[in-house]
Design a protein around this ligand. Structure first.
Ligand code: DLL
Length: 434
């Protein structure tokens, strides 16, 4: 099922005409209302009147996260505070959070986009949605909440944390759908098992929208099996709106449809800023074309993916972005080799006896980078003979070397010894930067 048939299946030509109209209005809006954009456009020698076609977007300068920090907290808002009905933010790893604002219409737009997203995952009126994304400044909780209400589902606004209570509620309220980070779903499964439940049998959940962090196809298979549900990948970021920027679909489970009537995606070479053709991998850039309070122009997400314009079996005409392999700032460079944590995850998920809980510890010995892969094994293997553990460690090391081309040290650890997350998992500890 498609939530908004009219827009989600627009033929390309009509979609592009709509995008151009909306882009022109947005560029005009920020030029007039946000001194930061006016200054940047003036420096680049471009005015709103220069945007005559979609390809003219390339004349506009990029916006980066530091621009948001420099204008903290409300400097990039393009409406007066009296029209802002909500703010959200994201903390990131350094310094102050970045702050974004929404008008009443922006909140409605966002609810519409999340209604589309939930529908993409096969969630409808009549479903009971266990919403375990965090409520608060983070966009996950309230984003999914408004979308679920819009489609007429019954929302359990459980937020993250207090995991045992979540399991009891999952049993008693019998939700049919769940929304949370993939790593939290894993944690929910473990706690449920500890409490004596089999998530595939004892719960009623058949669908879920998972995102906010990178996860692999292998992890999808595993989560689907553990809970006996269909798992759809959903993507978004605070700066652009929150979740609801793109969504996988139940029919194809291959790539995420970018809601292009609201956001124009581009893929650029992160080094040169040059726009790359569809199919090529690079950094994802978004321009929002309907937002009022906090439009962004050519915002560099740092997320690495490619765009696929081929039609999808689900009937949606929007381009699909490939599953995010990682952020360019999460990409580890180990002795000159580029490594994404999700590549290592894929290798680990293929090995019998290995649990999907891992952490990568990067350090430096002298001038040499070191990578330690700490990963849990199941109870049975852990209590096996030392020899068995050693041979499994060798297998992990070899498989990783074969896939990513770099040598790591593998440390198999006891079940439940890697810290669990209630939101985004911390997969990498890079001691080189401490
Ligand atoms: O994580 C918004 C969100 C909430 C998305 C709930 C999906 C579900 P931020 O906290 O600003 O916003 O983090 C955005 O998270 O730039 C990506 O690096 C990463 N990310 C989000 N979704 C995915 C995904 C929310 N499906 C940053 N796959 C983004 C991989 C993702 N990475």
């Amino acid at each position: 099922m498609i939530w908004n048939e009219e827009f989600e299946t627009l033929p390309r030509e009509a979609l592009e005409a709509l995008q151009l109209k909306r882009l022109q209005a947005t560029v005009e809006r920020v030029y007039v209302n946000v001194p930061f954009y006016k200054k940047k456009f003036d420096e680049q020698g471009v005015t709103p009147a220069d945007i005559k076609s979609l390809s003219d977007l390339q004349k506009l300068p990029f916006t980066v996260k530091n621009d948001l920090r420099d204008n903290y907290p409300f400097g990039l808002f393009s409406v007066p505070m009296s029209r802002v009905v909500r703010v959200h933010g994201s903390s990131g790893t350094t310094g102050k959070p970045i702050v974004v604002g929404y008008t009443k219409r922006d909140i409605d737009t966002w609810a519409e986009l999340m209604a589309r997203t939930l529908t993409c995952a096969g969630i409808h009126r009549g479903d009971i949605v266990h919403n375990a994304y965090g409520y608060g400044l983070f966009t996950g909780g309230l984003g999914a909440h408004y979308g679920a209400e819009k489609i007429g589902a019954s929302v359990i606004p459980i937020s993250g944390g207090n995991t045992k209570r979540q399991i009891t509620i999952m049993k008693d309220f019998a939700p049919t759908a769940i929304t949370c980070t993939p790593s939290y779903l894993l944690h929910l499964a473990d706690v449920a098992k500890d409490m004596g439940f089999d998530p595939a049998v004892d719960f009623n959940i058949r669908a879920g929208c998972f995102g906010a962090e990178p996860w692999s196809e292998k992890m999808r298979d595993q989560l689907e099996k553990i809970f006996n549900l269909d798992a759809v990948d959903i993507y978004g970021l605070t700066e652009v709106i929150g979740p609801g920027v793109s969504s996988g679909c139940l029919e194809a489970k291959s790539g995420l449809h970018v809601f292009e009537d609201h956001f124009i995606p581009e893929i650029i070479d992160p080094e040169t800023g040059e726009v790359l053709p569809d199919g090529e991998k690079g950094e994802l850039v978004f321009t929002s074309i309907t937002k009022e309070a906090f439009p962004v122009i050519r915002y560099r997400t740092r997320d690495i993916t490619s765009l696929n314009p081929t039609p999808c079996v689900c009937g949606r005409t929007f381009k699909r972005m490939e599953r995010i392999t990682g952020r360019s700032d999460d990409m580890l460079i180990i002795r000159g080799v580029n490594v994404f944590p999700s590549q290592i995850e894929s290798v680990l998920m293929d090995i019998e006896g290995i649990e999907p809980h891992y952490q990568l510890i990067v350090d430096r010995e002298g001038t040499l980078d070191t990578l330690e892969v700490r990963v849990e094994v199941n109870e049975k293997i852990f209590s096996d003979e030392v020899k068995q553990l050693e041979s499994l460690e060798r297998k992990v090391t070899n498989d990783i070397k074969e896939t990513i081309g770099t040598t790591c040290r593998c440390k198999l650890v006891e079940p439940k010894s890697i810290p669990r997350s209630e939101g985004k998992a911390q997969r990498v500890i890079d001691k080189r930067s401490i």
